[in-house]
Ligand binder design. Structure first.
Ligand SMILES: Nc1ncnc2c1ncn2[C@@H]1O[C@H](COP(=O)(O)OP(=O)(O)OP(=O)(O)O)[C@@H](O)[C@H]1O
Ligand SMILES: [Mg+2]
Length: 367
């Protein structure tokens, strides 16, 4: 009997590639609750749990496409009988650009600054913002790797460098070309399958950007509205650090974006991340969870795990905010590679980002 290597993620990848009417992927539609695999020897029975019955032709496509995977014996599409109120379904757990609120603790909506008019974000795109309290904890690194992992799952993905002062996304994805212009619209370049927009493209000689206030909103609005985005299903936002005015302005500009909080295991970083999370909740923004970056280091030939930055920061921030730690990313000692910082899909870190991307889109069963 051969070993069956089929994984849930293989099925998800197929589902992500299936387009419904209107070109939206089945995964992004939020209808998929879970995928269950039952192994019998070298054959696998697959059940795709959905929130409501799929149209016959869509169900047929699911069965056919999944059935083509090696080792799959049968494919069932099952309407999940248990509608869990406390666990909303996949895609709506991310905010969508139509203004729909994401799941998670709702938090009070306290508006203490005037709300700017919402930008016309690409219709249908779920937005997820990567935030932190402290600078330098790895937000941008997490944002680009998450975006690439989503694209690798087959979702049309864009990343918007909303850190209009501390922009660095193009370098992190190893982009050398800039955007092109077409009929006064900006066509974003792609890296690793992800469409990228950043202030970096418009600043010569790495000069400091000194504007603020209305200019900030204007720039962000242009990035969203004057850019010819290629119908993204997910847009990842790399937020500026901190809980000050600039971060608050950006958060208020994209209230439809659910937030992912990045912290290191350091208690101080976690405290500041917690404050950033509370700021988001006060704005009525949904929190999706915490990513603990630089969580551990593998060293020596045996890959012994040590904790150079301490332990517990991710758990502390998540506990305080009532969310989960969705990923723990190791600190990687490597030569600084100026051509980007995107993990290889087969590496330990690449797999962690892939799981994170799946977690954000598909309901995982937890015991
Ligand atoms: N897991 C990791 N292992 C090793 N180095 C990392 C890791 N994550 C981030 N770094 C490095 O740490 C530095 C800061 O990361 P990054 O720029 O992503 O943080 P940031 O939170 O976006 O910073 P800022 O607040 O300035 O925007 C970078 O040099 C990055 O390459
Ligand atoms: Mg950054």
């Amino acid at each position: 009997m051969g070993e069956v290597s089929l994984q849930k993620s293989d099925v998800l990848q197929v589902l992500a590639g299936l387009r419904l009417l209107g070109g939206k992927s089945l995964l992004a539609s939020g209808q998929v609750r879970d995928v269950l695999l039952e192994r019998h020897g070298d054959r696998v029975h697959v059940a795709v749990l959905v929130g409501q019955a799929l149209p016959d032709d869509v169900e047929g496509q699911v069965k056919e496409a999944v059935g083509r995977l090696a080792a799959v014996a049968t494919v069932k599409v099952v309407v999940s009988s248990e509608e869990r109120r406390d666990r909303p379904m996949a895609a709506p757990r991310l905010g969508t650009a139509t203004g729909e609120k994401a799941g998670g603790p709702p938090g009070p909506r306290v508006s203490f600054r005037p709300q700017p008019p919402l930008p016309k974000a690409p219709p249908g795109a779920a937005m997820i913002a990567v935030a932190s309290g402290k600078g330098g904890v790895g937000k941008s690194t997490v944002a680009v790797n998450l975006a690439v992992a989503l694209a690798r799952l087959g979702l049309r993905t864009a990343i918007l460098d909303a850190d209009v002062y501390g922009f660095g996304v193009p370098m992190l994805v190893g982009l050398e070309e800039g955007p092109r212009l077409q009929d006064r619209k900006i066509i974003p370049p792609r890296a690793h399958g992800v469409q990228v927009m950043s202030m970096d493209f418009f600043v010569r000689d790495n000069r400091a950007v000194v504007w603020r206030g209305p200019m900030l909103g204007k720039t962000l609005r242009q990035f969203v509205e004057d850019v010819l985005w290629d119908d993204p299903e997910v847009m990842v936002l790399d937020l500026p650090p901190g809980t000050g005015d600039v971060a608050l302005d950006v958060v208020q500009f994209f209230p439809q974006a659910a937030q992912l909080l990045v912290t290191t295991p350091d208690p101080y970083a976690a405290r500041v991340a917690e404050r950033a999370g509370r700021m988001a909740l006060e704005q009525g923004v949904a929190l999706r969870g915490v990513v603990e970056n630089m969580a551990y280091l593998r060293c020596g030939e045996a890959g012994e795990v040590i904790y150079p930055f301490g332990r517990g920061g991710g758990d502390a921030a998540a506990h305080a905010l009532g969310v989960d730690v969705l990923a723990r990313i190791p600190w990687e000692l490597k030569e600084r590679n100026l051509r980007g910082n995107v993990a290889h899909p087969a590496s330990e870190v690449g797999k962690i980002y892939r799981q994170l991307a799946e977690e954000l889109f598909v309901q995982q069963e937890r015991s």
